[in-house]
Design a protein around this ligand. Structure first.
Ligand SMILES: Nc1ncnc2c1ncn2[C@@H]1O[C@H](COP(=O)(O)OP(=O)(O)OP(=O)(O)O)[C@@H](O)[C@H]1O
Ligand SMILES: [Mg+2]
Length: 360
């Protein structure tokens, strides 16, 4: 098939005077794009890379791909990851991965947490700040963890994200408002192990925004393949990172990633994490692939807390969590990438013969 690989390359992103140096840290490198292209070609596909910017609409009408492999993060706006999929739906071109509502939802951590809380899924208690003079909810006990509401790749996350008193909270809020110009999320700080669970596939029952009742609980994850969980080995990073999976670890130190995969967990623990990951995948309406990040509360018998779901998990062949997890499961990178595509092809019944004509 003719696959258009859609991404936002870091090197193509706009720059301006005074822009924060981490502004485009969640965009992709050429290394990743080349690896995905090669993987898809090894699967027998013809691949064209197209930058996911404002020229995309015209380019796609010319190219008329059978399907798009979408990993665009978008440039601007609070639902930026949903912009390219919106364009693809207007053009009626099938694409890999989750759809608009899910991508907009998951980019917004507080919104995701509201959905998780509604379904009684464990996520740390939280408060969203839009202004410096907002009163801290008396139920929010220090230490708190403070982060931007709508960023990824650890942007805005440093050792100082853990705050122990009002003064530190205010300093962190001020800094994040200034730098990221968006609401700031303060959560209960979960001290403990750092685990991430990757999945490829789809739920066998239709994705619905409710959890099944108990008898059905196991059934919902059929069709989803769980990779062995990965634990970030925080003990091996410099003490300055304070046990936090920071932006520095995810960017500057990305090539010296310390992890344990499969994470040393009991079978029961893995089963519980997989169930929570599947439930999160379901209630946020994901398709084809996702990664759910957890912390296990060291002060409460390693109780798992869901930090977020990433429906566009990083796909760097060397150091992205998902690629490492797949490899630990005996899947090569090529198999991983082609499986994501195949899931999308099957789900949308893409035949390679354009059945839905492009809009004029
Ligand atoms: N409530 C919390 N308690 C303890 N640590 C936290 C908490 N929230 C976030 N962290 C730490 O910050 C890291 C990044 O948080 P989170 O996954 O929410 O951000 P992100 O930048 O979106 O990550 P990603 O790179 O996966 O997109 C976590 O992996 C964890 O180390
Ligand atoms: Mg994360």
């Amino acid at each position: 098939m003719h696959v258009a690989l859609l991404a936002n390359l870091k090197k193509n992103a706009p720059t301006w005077v005074g822009m924060s140096p981490d502004y485009w840290d969640d965009l992709d490198s050429e290394e990743t794009i080349n690896a995905i292209s090669a993987a898809l070609e090894s699967g027998g596909h013809q691949v064209t890379f197209v930058e996911g910017d404002v020229t995309l609409y015209d380019r796609l009408r010319e190219l008329r791909p059978d399907i798009c492999f979408n990993i665009t993060e978008g440039h601007f706006g609070d639902s930026r990851e949903a912009q390219v999929p919106a364009m693809l739906e207007m053009l009626r071109i099938p694409y890999t991965g989750s759809r608009l509502l899910t991508l907009a939802l998951s980019l917004d951590k507080p919104m995701t947490k509201r959905v998780l809380s509604y379904h009684s899924l464990p996520t740390p208690p939280f408060q969203v700040f839009e202004r410096l003079d907002e009163v801290l909810d008396p139920e929010m006990q220090f230490p708190l963890f403070v982060k931007p509401s709508r960023e990824g790749t650890g942007m805005g996350i440093t050792a100082e994200s853990v705050v122990y008193d009002m003064g530190q909270l205010l300093r962190q809020l001020r800094q994040l408002f200034e730098r990221y110009d968006q609401p700031v999320l303060a959560e209960r700080f979960i001290e403990g192990r750092e685990i991430t669970v990757g999945m490829v596939g789809n739920l066998s029952s239709p994705v619905a925004w409710r959890l099944p009742d108990d008898e059905e609980a196991r059934r919902i994850s059929r069709g989803l393949h769980f990779f062995p969980p990965l634990e970030v080995d925080m003990t091996r990073y410099p003490a300055e990172e304070a046990g936090v999976y920071t932006n520095r670890i995810k960017t500057v130190l990305a090539h010296e990633f310390y992890y344990l995969c499969p994470a040393p967990l009991t079978e029961d623990q893995v089963e519980e994490l997989n169930w929570l990951a599947a439930a999160t995948f379901r209630v946020t309406g994901c398709f084809d692939v996702a990664r759910v990040d957890f912390r296990l509360d060291a002060n409460d018998n390693d109780k798992p807390y869901i930090l977020e779901i990433n429906p566009l998990p990083g796909l760097n062949p060397e150091y992205s969590d998902l690629a490492i997890e797949a490899q630990a499961d005996g899947w090569s990178y090529d198999v991983l990438v082609n499986r994501i595509l195949d899931e999308a092809i099957e789900r949308q019944e893409v035949t390679g013969e354009m059945t839905t004509p492009l809009m004029p």
